[in-house]
Design a protein around this ligand. Structure first.
Ligand code: HAM
Length: 353
């Protein structure tokens, strides 16, 4: 936690993550009275007093997603599929999904006992953090990155070996759904995650191009947290994406699609300029990205700008076209061109965009 004393002598802690705040908001505003499931997102700065290193900052930004009200593994799969599409839309490849189940309050005590037993004669070799974890939450020893701890845990009991029937069923169904959605994943029984609120599903998205701090996104189920915050029993699941890590990968890959306008409207003459703002306005009303050529600028310079923006289509409208109730279109990627009537522009995009 990033905790410090302010000038008024008060102890302040900066938020380390967003899940707890969203849960508090859900409980305080009685959002459980509204229909389920409910889906939220947030983005903003988070603060952790960790030792800074490449990809790990004391202030960083997260985009988070939380879904409340469904215990069904379909919701887990939906959340993971959304994360997959989000990352793909940024043009990021080579990312690996790792999933695990860390069980529930019914099956975890058994696992805890076997871990305490397994590590009881290895305490001297564990790092100081893991010695602390041994007493507080021995599961966390399983994802310590210290080499000696990794070696000492070879052959340790796995959480997935002691899942109760319900948790086993949930995890099996999640894997079947990930197969159905064609989301490649790896079951990593050592992934228990650093936050203590998780139950059942946990997951991380790992990039090999990021060094030690290789998780670009992570999350899991937290079916007990709403109740712990004083709300009704409400299952929930979510994830957060680390924005700096995503940006780092985008810079490295250099291959992501730069967003481009659907259409650039080049215009020649005053009346055509007026018509082109009308066309742009209508297209924008249909959520299409339209850019206007500078009124009065030469056609050549307008075309240059359309090229620079990598517009998908260029519309060209001058006095002649206006009189004929038509415009010329050109597709920049393959230089195909043609004419459409001014009243047929929406249909044109329905067919071609
Ligand atoms: P987290 O694994 O602590 O989970 O953080 C999620 C992501 O935030 C990480 O995978 C990483 O990309 C980024 N991140 C974390 N710490 C740092 C740091 N010091 N510097 C740069 N990036 C960082 C959570 O925060 C949970 N609230 C996720 C969640 C939402 N679980 C359920 N719902």
């Amino acid at each position: 936690m990033y905790t410090f004393t302010d000038k008024g002598g008060r102890s302040l802690t900066l938020r380390p993550e967003g899940t707890a705040s969203v849960v508090r908001c859900y409980v305080e505003n009685h959002l459980s009275n509204q229909s389920s499931p409910q889906k939220y997102y947030y983005l903003g700065p988070m603060f952790r007093y960790e030792r800074p290193q490449a990809g790990r900052f004391r202030q960083f930004y997260q985009i988070g997603v939380e879904a409340f009200g469904s215990a069904n593994p379909v919701m887990d799969a939906e959340v993971l599929s959304m994360l997959r599409h989000f990352l793909a839309s940024l043009g990021l490849g080579g990312l690996k999904f790792q999933v695990n189940s860390i069980g529930c309050e019914k099956c975890r005590p058994g696992c805890r006992e076997s871990l305490l037993d397994f590590f009881s004669d290895k305490l001297d070799g564990l790092c100081p953090d893991c010695v602390r974890r041994y007493h507080l939450n021995p599961l966390r020893i399983l994802d310590c990155k210290v080499r000696r701890c990794v070696e000492l845990r070879a052959g340790s009991p796995k959480v997935t070996d002691s899942l109760c029937g319900d948790c086993r069923g949930h995890f099996d169904e999640l894997q079947a759904l990930l197969d159905l959605l064609d989301i490649p994943y790896l079951v990593n029984p050592d992934m228990v995650r650093g936050l203590d609120y998780y139950t059942r599903t946990t997951f991380e998205v790992i990039s090999e191009g990021l060094g030690a701090q290789n998780a670009v996104a992570a999350g899991g189920r937290y079916d007990r947290l709403v109740k712990e915050f004083g709300g009704a029993e409400t299952p929930a699941i979510g994830f957060a994406v680390g924005m700096e890590r995503i940006v780092g990968l985008m810079k490295k890959s250099g291959g992501h699609d730069v967003p481009a306008p659907a259409v650039f409207i080049a215009n020649i003459g005053e009346a055509a300029a007026r018509e082109s703002i009308l066309i742009a306005d209508r297209l924008r009303g249909k959520c299409l990205w339209a850019e206007l050529g500078e009124a009065g600028a030469s056609l050549k310079s307008q075309m240059r700008r359309a090229d620079r923006l990598s517009a998908e289509y260029v519309f060209i409208i001058g006095e002649e076209e206006l009189k004929a109730g038509k415009l010329k279109w050109k597709k920049l990627s393959d230089s195909t061109q043609g004419e459409i009537s001014l009243s047929g522009i929406s249909d044109f995009f329905l067919k071609n965009h």
